[in-house]
Write a protein that binds this ligand. Structure first.
Ligand code: SF4
Length: 511
């Protein structure tokens, strides 16, 4: 993979310069060749880190002890920076500080490519990157902080001792958490007020003649604003170069997959095949289906039909929870023929696509159920559709009504709607899980509707496997060749996944 064709010597020099500080504003793109494997691994691992940040940000107060501790553990596990070192002593094991800085740099730019594509993606990416930056900036020592500011043209001057003495009372009275003693110990920065609107708005700083006087501890707000603005502009610029990137046939499927990425198990393996009977589906949908599948199931039962988006999303989910091909055919047929589709039409128009989903037709591929990211980010439902993620795609008032019907408590509904407002759709779903399963705190981080189902069964069955109530004759799945895959393996199969999904989509179009 080539980011640029500049000469190696130049690259090495600029690299040394670029990675001489633990933190950067990502002003310059990487200028070196990397392998596709490294490209994928770096991107998937940063994505994991950003998802951890999103989850922690909702569960804990940002920068609280628990937040920092958990983020440190995850950063360490993924070989990202977690405690900036002043030098590059070779650790006893694992990558050096420089190698971690390089990985941080490259992975950031890869995700920029993947996450510049839509407004939703950009917003999510910026939020997580800003939180990551906040955590790392907080960990720098004062000298490193100043150095970072000056390297990035944030040439804010500190006020002199005399000026500080003259403004002493005003600084103490107007600055948050600054006392008569601490005012003497710390630096105050003189910053144009338009660079510090957040602090001005919350009346946390002394304002005089167009300048605010910011204590060192609050300078992070300014730095974060600047980081956010630069990143936002950079993403808009990156989006313009997308046509060129998309013309690279190696990159396009990878980047598309990353932006819909799900970095865990793919649930394509059906270890529960045959353990669920068709008679159980109604009761399971009320107890253990996530809202997205519950609503699509309900609409199928009411209308005896689903449009292709719903059939894709729900059909693959059912396959993932253990429906065999024979059961799936029986399930869809019995429902459709209650509506406007007769048995003959079902066999001609729908049975083929169901066999295809199970890898019995076409390329004989074992298709994987949709992850939350895919449901949330692709193929938004339109009028008459019932697929999608209710936390993302339903009007808040409608969502509220649904939750009331499903007997979620008023205070629970408020919490869920708050999370939805903050665009934390998966966390809203996780909260719905906690409330409907009566658990204090879910012990998993939700990424997949099938994961929701499995976790629900664990809670309801006390950790036991799903018990089958009725025997239905089963045939083994000839095409289920894949095992549960770890993230790098999932990434390695990116192109396959993208191709497979597109191919399957085409089989599900309504006539
Ligand atoms: Fe379904 Fe995931 Fe949305 Fe929950 S967050 S409703 S599991 S798509």
């Amino acid at each position: 993979m080539q980011f640029s064709s500049r000469r190696k010597k130049f690259t090495t020099n600029s690299q040394t310069e670029l990675y001489s500080h633990p933190l950067q504003f990502y002003g310059q793109p990487p200028l070196e060749n990397i392998s596709l494997t490294e490209f994928e691994t770096f991107a998937v691992e940063r994505l994991k880190l950003l998802k951890t940040i999103e989850n922690l940000g909702v569960s804990y107060v940002k920068l609280s002890d628990q937040y920092i501790k958990k983020l440190e553990v995850e950063s360490k596990a993924l070989n990202f920076l977690y405690r900036p070192e002043a030098d590059d002593r070779k650790p006893q094991s694992g990558p050096t500080e420089q190698e971690k800085r390089r990985k941080d740099h490259i992975s950031h730019f890869i995700l920029r490519l993947a996450y510049c594509q839509t407004e939703d993606l950009r917003r999510w990416f910026i939020q997580q990157e800003v939180d990551l930056f906040r955590y790392r900036f907080n960990d720098l020592d004062p000298k490193q902080k100043l150095e970072l500011l000056h390297r990035n043209n944030l040439q804010y001057d500190t006020i002199s001792v005399e000026e500080k003495k003259a403004l002493h009372d005003k600084l103490v009275n107007s600055s948050y958490a600054v006392s008569g003693i601490t005012v003497e110990d710390q630096d105050f920065y003189k910053v144009p007020f338009q660079d510090a609107l957040d602090l001005v708005r919350s009346r946390k700083v002394y304002l005089k003649a167009g300048y605010v006087y910011i204590p060192h501890q609050d300078i992070v707000t300014i730095v974060l604003n600047d980081f956010r603005t630069r990143l936002s502009k950079a993403l808009a610029l990156t989006a313009r170069s997308l046509p060129a990137v998309h013309s690279d046939e190696r990159l396009q499927p990878l980047l598309n997959h990353l932006s819909h990425a799900y970095v865990g198990q793919d649930y394509s393996i059906q270890k529960n095949v045959g353990k669920i009977s068709l008679e159980q589906i109604d009761s399971l949908s009320g107890k253990s289906f996530p809202l997205c599948m519950r609503q699509v199931h309900q609409s199928l039962r009411e209308n005896h039909h689903l449009r292709h988006g719903g059939r894709m999303q729900y059909g693959l989910f059912l396959k993932g929870i253990g429906l065999s091909l024979e059961q799936a055919l029986q399930f869809w047929r019995s429902e459709f023929i209650k509506g406007k589709v007769d048995s003959d039409k079902f066999d001609k128009a729908y049975a083929y696509s169901i066999r295809h989903m199970f890898g019995k037709e076409g390329k004989r591929t074992d298709y994987t159920p949709y992850s939350c990211m895919k449901v949330i980010l692709s193929n938004a439902p339109s009028q008459g559709d019932h697929h999608g993620c209710p936390f993302r795609h339903s009007d808040p008032e409608l969502l509220k009504q649904k939750l009331q019907v499903y007997k979620v408590s008023p205070s629970g509904i408020i919490q869920i709607l708050e999370l939805v407002k903050g665009m934390h759709y998966q966390l809203a779903c996780q909260k719905y899980f906690e409330l409907t399963h009566n658990v204090e705190e879910a012990s998993f981080s939700l990424n997949h509707p099938n994961q929701y189902f499995i976790e629900s069964q664990k809670v309801l069955g006390g950790g036991r496997d799903i018990k089958r109530e009725t025997d239905v004759p089963q045939k083994p799945q000839e095409n289920s060749t894949k095992g549960p895959s770890a993230a790098p393996e999932a990434a390695a199969n990116t192109q396959d996944v993208a191709e497979m999904t597109e191919e399957l989509d085409s089989f599900f179009q309504d006539a």
